[in-house]
Design a protein around this ligand. Sequence first.
Ligand SMILES: [Zn+2]
Length: 131
Amino acid sequence: MAEQAKTGQEVRGLGSTIWAGIAGRCPVCGRGKLFRGYLQIAPACNLCGLDYGAADAGDGPAVFVILITGIVVVGAALIVEIVYAPPYWLHALIWGPLAILLPVLLLRPFKGVLVALQFRHKAAEGRLASE
Ligand SMILES: [Zn+2]
């Protein structure tokens, strides 16, 4: 359910915000494009005009993707080794491409979600009260 923020800008529900981020859509209107390329954030929403200039997910998406990929690939490799004990060349053939493919698939949705959550919570760099 949408709420009304003090600024008059409509704040989408948490589920809608996360879904907009996964889909690479604007965190406010949910329809405009968030990305200009694969990972580059567009300067502004092409539909509602929201300025994405303050959006900066930093290293957050990469950290999540590295951890998730590591858990999935290493865990699956360990289970396959224990259950089937395949030759090492087969491990390399399976887990090598998966270790490349998973980050490629996960990085954009994770960056979209973190940027969308940043807008939802109005997260910004810390400033002194006198500034
Ligand atoms: Zn928009």
